[in-house]
Each structure stands twice: as structure tokens, then as C-alpha cells.
Design a protein around this ligand. Sequence first.
Ligand SMILES: O=C1O[C@H](COP(=O)(O)O)[C@@H](O)[C@H](O)[C@H]1O
Length: 614
Amino acid sequence: MNIDLTDTTSGQINAALVKARRAMGSPAVGMVLTLVIVTDEGSHYDALKAASEASREHPSRILVVVRRPGRSPRDRATARLDAEVRVGGGTGTGETVLLRLHGELASHAHSVVLPLLLPDAPAVVWWPADGPEHPSKDPLGVLAQRRITDAAENEDPVGALALRARSYAPGDTDLAWTRVTLWRSVLAAALDQKPVRIDGAVVEGEEYNPSTELLALWLARRLDVPVERRVSEGPGITAVRLATGEGDICLERGDGSLARLVVPGQPDRNVALHRRGTAELIAEELRRLDPDETYAQAICFGLDRLRGRPAADGTDGTDGTDGTDTVGRTEAGPENPGAPGEPASKVPDGGPVDVPGAPPPRLTVHPDPETLLRATAAGLLTAVAEAQSARGTASLVLTGGRNGIGLLAALAQAPGRSAVDWSRVDLWWGDERFLPDGDPDRNHTQARLALLDGLPLDPARVHPMPASGGPHGDDAAAAAEAYAAELAAAAGGGRDAPAVPSFDVLLLGLGPDTHVASLFPEHPAVREEGRTVVGVTDSPKPPPVRVSLTLPALRAARQVWLLAAGEDKAEAAAGALTAEDPFRAPATGARGRERTLWILDEAAASRLPASARS
Ligand SMILES: O=C1O[C@H](COP(=O)(O)O)[C@@H](O)[C@H](O)[C@H]1O
């Protein structure tokens, strides 16, 4: 539904949002954040399109701020606010408000935006083109937990990095850095597999490409070696070469899509390393709202070196005569703060629903989401290594969502990830958004990007749920049946064999409505006892068609780890941890045979009854 308001106020816009929600019959959608986009008339369409796509993963209120100060003194002296309110339709479950601030009002955007922020939800500000000099001091920036700029869109992209370094404050990030994530994860995994001394590195990429600079800075800091920056034709970053005594480790991408990884003594491998669109980058940024220490270290480390770099003045992009620029050797301290120690475990009072044979859940509360993910990643590596030493292999069930994918990203950075033999890990999924293969909203696609593409997995052991448009077409029930058959075959396949393997660790994210996997409150799928996998065709959270393991399948796991971080999960955590009926609160029915761990951060634990935390 669209409502156009001319010469309006923030109060009238809020009223229009409520009216539109009612008209759509969806007054209480669980929106997780407010995304404020500061843009101009010419660019707002693309930015909004990318944000709307990203908000399918993170249902958001999107506020687009277009400033129109006016040219003539008369225009500049007037102040007027026009707004277009859109709910539903192309905005998915989210809502969008396009704000046009005319005249004097253009310099008071914060006073218009503040009353429109979702209460009790984080806010993110994104400047798709010209970010302010000090994002954290900008009047809109101060309203946000996270501030996203894009050096690549600046007239002097490398100079913009120097500016970002000078004004850095926790919560700042830049899409030039987000574009480097996949390179970093593939390189980190290669370095883990081949723990050799690196003597030097070369990073090759297009001229004036800030992502290439950031990758060079990250390597220089991480490896403590001189890093040479070479200019290539692009597109973007084209190669990284790490010199070792046994030959170079090379990651080369000529076409902006498929890369070749060469590690001495190992067979060459093709790695999917495509240049991602803005929607994917924004979705990645919205996944983590805590300060990005690694970005801070990389950008601040390079300040001096960046100063020596040419601006967009037609010079060759180097400080030498051979097309190269050496970034340098780090003075910095430890690269990794290391995994935090085992946090205190607590047992809730009594526990919720009784699942025969399953011990009651144990509760662990971490101070913040970053610590939660880092500690859980460390714990998961230990659990996998233990399973491998006990049984030779380990099986994990992955989940999607903010924490499910955040955990995989944390694993990609975890110092102990080489302790695991990844070729002996079986990967399954607890649920999937039933979309075409490679769709950015699929849990499988996101898992690949966050971690899996950088791991030496055995492809025969990776079991994504079927995608739509494949052999089962659009039939989610048939896809579920096929996955159930795959699980049964892996469990032995005989008549007396169990219906699903005995998963070592099954991961779940707690939805704000207490859903886990794609089992939503009061949905018949929660009551399913006979089947291990079901198709869900009317999911209240988009996309509507999904495939999910059922509660009996989840309960086949030795351990169930359920993650929840953030204030928007507080009510669900309190409700589900003390609930008695899984039909109303599915999370309460997800229990491991040996152990069920509820892993929360302080915000998610903030509404637990005192008895649960004592
Ligand atoms: O849609 C889904 O949501 C749950 C919870 O995700 P979160 O972002 O609220 O943590 C997730 O675990 C599931 O895999 C996913 O499909």
C-alpha cells in the first residue's frame, strides 16, 4: 500500500505507517532494525532497491532521506517535508518511507528521522555515495549503531580511505571492506591449511580500487610481512600471491567471478569468488551490528602508507617506477584477541517442556553478540574435533539467520579452525528458504559465502536442502521428501535404521516469535510426528515457502545449540525458555539427546525470569 503525504510531519508519517499496516492486515511484523539511507534524487532508486532486497533477510523499516535544499534564496528559506509511505508489495514484510526534505529542513534531517526510528531496535545509517567526514559525529550518524560508507563511490576512493581511518569510530564500516570478505575468508582458510612461514605478499588489483588497498593492509597487518601492491586491469582485485619457502600460495581471479587457488603440495582448486552486488553487501553488513575490529585494525594500520598514494590525478597508482607500492611491515600487537574462556553455564529453574530422555536446557549468557559468536565458534570447533577423535567424522546441522550465519563468519575467523579436519565433516541444514539455487536468501548460499566456500570440505559430505526450480520444481513437499530420503540413507537406510543420522551438533537460531528452523508458532508443521522433513508453504516470515526438519528430527541430535542475540529476541527467549507447549513456542521443543545449550547475549537474556539466571 502506498500513501503520499505533502507538506507533512513525522507524526503524520507514523500515523500513515500504522494505517497502511492495518490495511495490509499485518500490524505486528517483527522488524529487526531501521535502515536510514542518505542519498540524492538521482541515486535513491538503486539504493532503495538494494536495501529492499537486503531487508528480505532483515525485515526493516527503511527511511530514505533525500535532501533538497533548493537553489533560489526563496526556496532555501522555505521548509517542507514530503513523504511516500510504502508498506507491503515490493517492500516485502518491511516498510519504506521516502522523505524529501526541502529548504531549511534539509539541514535538520535528524529531527525528522528520530521520531521515525523503530523503538527498541538498532538503527543503521548508510551513505551510498558521499559519506560525511566524521560519520560518527554526523547528526544522523549519532542515531545509529552502525554507519556504512562506500569509499569506492568517492571521487578519490583511496583518499577516502585515509579519511575513514582518521575519523574511525567503533560502529563505522565501509562497503569497500565488505567487498573483501570473500577474499579474506578464502585466504585465511588457505593459510590455516598450510601453516608455513610467509615471507612476503603481492596484492594485485585495479587502480584506485579501495578494496585492493584494504586487502593489502589486512594482509600486511595479519602476516607481519611487506606487502606489494600491484596495479592490474581489474575488474576489482585480481590476485594475491603469498611467498613461502615451498613456492607461492596464489589466489587469482581474472574474470571477477571464478578464482583459482594454488597451494604448494595440494591440487589446484576453483573457488567461487564473484563480485557481489550492493544488496548482498548491505545484507552482510546488516548481519553484524557490533563494531568490526578487524576493519578498524586494517584501516588504521594503513594511514601513513595510504597518504603516500596518488589521488585521482592520472599518475600510475604506485610510489615506484615498476607499478608497485609496498605497504609495509606491521608494528602491531596480537592479531587475534583469542577465543574467550568458557563462560559461566547456568541451569534454568525446572526447565520448560519435558522431552523424554532429553536433559533440560542449560543457559550461557555472553556480554555481547560478538563475544557470543566468537566463543560459540571456538566451542563448536572443539565439539567437532572431539567428535572426530571419538568417531572419525563429525556431523553438523547448520542454520540460517543473523546468528546462524554470524557464527559461520566467526568460524571463518576463528584461530583454531585448522584443528578440524574439514574433509571429515558432514554438513546438513535444519531448514531452507525454498528458492532457486544460488539465491542470496537461501541459507545455503549465505553459508557458502560466510564460510563454506573457503573450507576444504568433501563435496559428497555437504547436504544442502533442495532448491526450487530443480528436480522438484516448485514442490516444497517433494523437496522435503527427497531430503528425508537423503537423511535416511545417511543414517543407514535399513528398515531398522534410524530415520536421520545422529547429528553431533545441531544449530538453531531463535526467531523473535520463538520459531526455530522453519517451525513457526501454531503452525501444523510443529506437530509433525511422522515425517522428519516437511515443506512449509505459508511461513509468516518471508520467503513464504520453506523446507524444515521437524521436531523429531531435531531431537535426534546429540547436542542442540540454540543462539539468540539482541534485544529483539529477549521476549522470545523468556517466553520459550519457560514455555510448556512447543506448538505455541517451537523453540521449547528443540532438545538434544545429550545436551541442549541456550546461548544468549545479555540483551537477549534481559527479560529472563530471575530463577532462570540464578
Ligand atoms: O528464517 C530463519 O530464521 C531463523 C532465525 O533467524 P534469526 O535471524 O532471527 O536469528 C533461522 O535460524 C532460520 O534458519 C532461518 O531460515
